[in-house]
Design a protein around this ligand. Structure first.
Ligand SMILES: Cc1ncc(COP(=O)(O)O)c(C=O)c1O
Length: 386
């Protein structure tokens, strides 16, 4: 694809679940910001700043539009990454609201450890719920009163999804809990699952959805009164006295997003996200079909080999496996020598992959819109040799 024409013919990048390759228009937007309107956003009145403001405001709106959420109920804040977003929320929840912390067994260390830390800090129980093989959260008999629930929408080792997302959100709210969705792996290919969700917050990493490195928090406006401000500094106050301050997020509902944005933000990256969302939304049927076919082709090839053991039953652009009798890290190194870039290990999902499933270290291929048919042929050839 021309937007990834900088990729060498023999370079096969299969690590999109970590960070996707950036299409040319996104890199160009970043370059334009640095070369033509390098300025602080939402503070300065000179023309460069006005252009940055226009694009940053556009990015906030486009995130909500992508998720079909209304700005009357939700707002978009920027941060470093998914991990930071989840930690910012959990660490600022008013302690009296949290009677227990709930997560699931297939989480990335990002929510898995953050929920552990929160439960330890507040001295409340932490519950690790099971997921069905297809990714649904098992909530039968659970009561979420006073619970803070943090679960992913898609897993980072085989893309299994929270198919009962809407039902889970409804149940948590009905019981009187708070729910934060880790959408890190959902935004590139499954953002439609999150449309009109009523979760209290959705955290994701723009770098996994063709945008520059950036974290995004989409939160309900009514989450803000449940927080106590801990991360505080420039860019988030309307007035300051010797021993007190007026928070913009509280005094001005237009600036509610500042609640999660202490200090100067990654303006260029936010501008890049603005363009990345347009790019993602304009993928054609042919682009989608190519990704589906590449996924199916590689999945079928791997499943057809006796010694290859796949994680999960469904074909997904993110797929993990091990080869009986062969060390995955050696496989990764051998692939690397042939120009195929793939991840090996447990991909920060140690608890589930190692302690629950007892898998050996795995190999992960994660495909994206940058994946070409020739890439799959090359991987099959190299894997065949291995
Ligand atoms: C499901 C999931 N959650 C959270 C994260 C953490 O993302 P980040 O490292 O960008 O904070 C990842 C990263 O791979 C992930 O796959």
């Amino acid at each position: 694809m021309k937007d990834f024409d900088y990729l060498g013919e023999k370079t096969v990048y299969l690590d999109a679940a970590c960070q996707s390759l950036r299409p040319r228009p996104v890199v160009e937007a970043l370059e334009k910001y640095y070369f033509e309107h390098n300025s602080c956003g939402e503070r300065v009145k000179y023309p460069w700043g006005e252009e940055t403001d226009r694009l940053v405001e556009g990015a906030r709106k486009k995130v909500l539009k992508l998720l079909k959420l209304s700005s009357r109920e939700y707002f978009t804040s920027f941060t470093l990454n998914t991990t930071y977003g989840i930690n910012l929320i959990l660490n600022q929840l008013k302690p009296e609201l949290v009677k227990k912390v709930v997560t699931s067994e297939i989480e990335h260390n990002s929510p898995f450890l953050a929920t552990m830390a929160l439960a330890e800090k507040l001295g409340v129980p932490r519950v690790v719920l099971k997921r069905r093989e297809n990714g649904e959260l098992i909530i039968d008999g659970e009561n979420f009163a006073g619970a803070v629930v943090v679960v992913n929408c898609a897993a980072n080792f085989d893309g299994r999804r929270l198919g009962n997302l809407k039902e889970v959100v409804k149940k948590v709210h009905k019981d009187g809990g708070i729910i934060v969705i880790d959408a890190a792996q959902a935004m590139s290919h499954y953002h439609d699952m999150l449309e009109k969700t009523e979760a209290d917050a959705i955290c994701f990493s723009a770098h996994k959805m063709y945008a520059p490195s950036l974290g995004v928090i989409v939160a309900r406006r009514d989450l803000v009164p449940k927080l106590e401000q801990r991360s505080i500094g420039g860019g988030m106050v309307d007035d300051v006295f010797e021993d007190r301050y007026l928070l913009s997020a509280v005094g001005n509902k237009e600036h509610i997003y500042t609640i999660f944005e202490p200090g100067l933000q990654a303006w260029g990256e936010i501008v890049g996200l603005n363009v990345a969302i347009d790019w993602l939304m304009s993928r054609t049927k042919a682009d989608k079909k190519r990704l589906e076919e590449c996924t199916r082709e590689l999945d079928e090839f791997l499943r057809s080999r006796d010694k290859v053991k796949m994680v999960g039953n469904e074909a997904n652009p993110t797929m993990s496996f091990y080869v009986e009798g062969l060390d995955s890290h050696l496989i990764g190194a051998a692939l690397g020598k042939e120009g195929v870039m793939a991840r090996t290990g447990y991909f920060c999902a140690h608890y589930y992959l190692d302690k629950v499933c007892h898998y050996p270290a795995l190999v992960r291929f994660s495909l994206s819109y940058a994946t070409r048919e020739e890439d799959i042929e090359r991987v099959k050839k190299v894997m065949g040799k291995i």
